[in-house]
Write a protein that binds this ligand. Sequence first.
Ligand SMILES: [Zn+2]
Length: 288
Amino acid sequence: MRESVQYALDNHDEACRPGEFMRTGSSNMGQRMDTMRVLAIHAHPDDVEILAGGTMALLAGLGHAITIATFTAGDCGSAELGPEEIADVRRGEAARSAARIGATYVCLEMRDLAIFNDGPSRRLVVEVLRKTRPQLVLTSSPVDYLCDHEAASALVRDACFAAPAPNYHTGAADPAPSLGAIPHLYWMDPVGGEDREGLPVAPDFVVNVAGTFARKREMLSEHSSQREWLRRHHGTDDYLDTMERWTEERGRRAGFSHGEGFRQYRGHPYPQSPLLQELLGDLVARGR
Ligand SMILES: [Zn+2]
């Protein structure tokens, strides 16, 4: 199960460019800054695209090295194909979506509705962190409509804490060295911006993704296997239009045509400085 993860991670090293410098785009993002390694990790294929695809496209456009990871390959996302068949389809969709912004795709090869915050799972996530070596991590909301999303959030939070501890061993066949520090950690919005009871979950800030929304829609369109599944199981009329309405709604509350919301995890001893906000400059507005 884990060989495919290892293969993808081994190949990812070439995409990382630590120590390089870049000149950013317009507005107040014109200062020179380090090229960051960014890990966007969520439960299932298409979650990152729906909740943070525009922001990932912005960061990729600024020259940062992006990895998109999912805990599962989405093996329950079909009523017609068996679990292995649909997982094969969805790995391909996720890889093509990531490629649209020059990102690398990694699948942790867990199974849908079977993500648990336990020792073996934590070791697997720590190994992904140590191999991708991100300074910036974005993951799922700790409150969301789906158990996998909530479990993934807790796993990533705790793995970020464990990854710099040299005495925490993952048991990988070729373990990567521990991180130098806990990375900056952010939560994406829950799906629909609500918790399980329908109460709104306000973001700390909203990123203006008007300039990359077309690319976000292209990325999500790669997940075409989900069109019929979401219509059948979630009652969603069209998953692309649903995503567009949500992105417009999140943006509207911050004065943008299209937006994506985030919260920064500030638990002790995680980094407190606003790294993501500074990378995006005046594309960021306070959330409501
Ligand atoms: Zn999901």
